[in-house]
Design a binder for this molecule. Structure first.
Ligand code: UDP
Length: 342
């Protein structure tokens, strides 16, 4: 199997497209599979503009095992990155089976095919959501996971466990779960970025859409948390830095440097930032004023979570590099590009 081939499931999405760029720039041959359930082909055009390379693309649903079998039959790759999952927490509470079916079945299919076709390395997109409302901050990879509070969060925990169990049960699979903190920003070229459908759930797309005049006013969910300024604390990780973490994770497995067959890494900056700080940072980075108000807390939000990134720093040789103001500038440049704002 080609050690330079990587199947990127969900490669047309927000994190998947940025990772595809970094993989191509690192010399990997990328095969993107996506069903455009929450993305469209423009992201792949953006990838081609940035890298000068059009990744191989197959339009397929990872839950469709026979369609995925064809991809395994046809293409030469030894590694897979699995991004193809639904991610709206509220929707998962309303429609749990939609989340269990899509997020778990797609992963089970991929793992079964990897075993059947003798493919070795897999990176799973996990999330800081597995830590829930942690008792001690920052969280390390040894911080106990808390019971999930949504079906979405549960699929992340269950998928981690499925991957761990499969690396134990087989002689051939190596797995790395990357626990992302809060991915934000866009590629500095403004050719790819986050493009949520409908009303954004996440903070930064809501901010950029408010700045663009698509939303009237940003609601800051809760000003009475037990934090220095009363708003929640998160660890906002630049999406290009996050994409690079996938490349070093793949390198580690391809080069046989994993310390065990299943590994977990926190991918964040290690610094807590409040919602007010983020809003002020956005205003300063882009020299504009944002219309916002303090609103009620949002159900399910934890007060604070940020990463201890020592393990990723030392083992992967990875650390977050982009300054928050540059990340927030890139988010606005992307929004302006998409909306044709000068
Ligand atoms: N948030 C907010 N207004 C919004 C969206 C989010 O105040 O319109 C806050 C939310 O309460 C949390 C932080 O921004 O404290 C990050 O939320 P997001 O949904 O982006 O990520 P999460 O941490 O929930 O995964």
């Amino acid at each position: 199997m080609s050690r330079r081939g990587v199947l990127v499931a969900g490669g047309a999405g927000y994190i998947g497209s940025h990772t595809t760029v970094e993989l191509i720039e690192a010399g990997y041959e990328v095969i993107v599979v996506d069903n455009f359930s929450n993305s469209d082909a423009s992201s792949l055009e953006g990838v081609a503009k940035i890298t000068g390379v059009k990744p191989i693309f197959v339009e397929a649903d990872c839950c469709d095992k026979e369609a995925m079998r064809k991809v395994f039959e046809e293409y030469d790759f030894d590694s897979v990155i699995h991004f193809a999952a639904f991610k709206a927490v509220g929707e998962s509470v309303a429609e749990p089976l939609k989340y269990y079916r899509n997020n778990l079945l797609s992963f089970v299919n991929i793992l079964e095919l990897m075993v059947e076709y003798g493919r070795h390395n897999v990176v799973f997109s996990s999330s800081a959501t597995v830590y829930g409302d942690a008792d001690v901050l920052p969280v390390t990879e040894l911080t106990p996971r808390k019971p999930a509070t949504s079906p979405y969060g549960n699929t992340k925990q269950m998928s981690e466990d499925i991957l761990r169990d499969m690396t134990t049960a087989t002689e051939t699979l190596n797995g790395i779960a990357l626990r992302y903190f809060n991915p934000i920003g866009a590629h500095p070229s403004a050719q790819i970025g986050e493009l949520p459908r409908g009303v954004p759930n996440n903070l930064v797309p809501y901010i950029t859409q408010t700045a663009a005049g698509i939303r009237e006013c940003l609601s800051i969910f809760g000003g009475d948390y037990p934090t220095p300024d009363g708003s929640c604390l998160r660890d906002y990780i630049d999406v290009v830095d996050l994409a690079k973490a996938h490349v070093v994770a793949i390198n580690r497995m391809v080069e046989g440097r994993s310390k065990s067959r299943y590994e977990v890494f926190n991918i964040g900056t290690g610094s807590p930032v409040s919602v007010f700080e983020l809003v002020r940072g956005f205003e300063q980075a882009n020299n504009l004023k944002l219309n916002y108000k303090v609103a009620a807390r949002r159900a399910g939000d934890v007060t604070a979570v940020w990463a201890d990134t020592t393990l990723a720093n030392e083992e992967l040789g990875w650390r977050a590099e982009r300054e928050l103001c540059d990340t927030l500038r890139s988010a606005w440049e992307w929004e302006k590009n998409v909306r044709r704002i000068k």
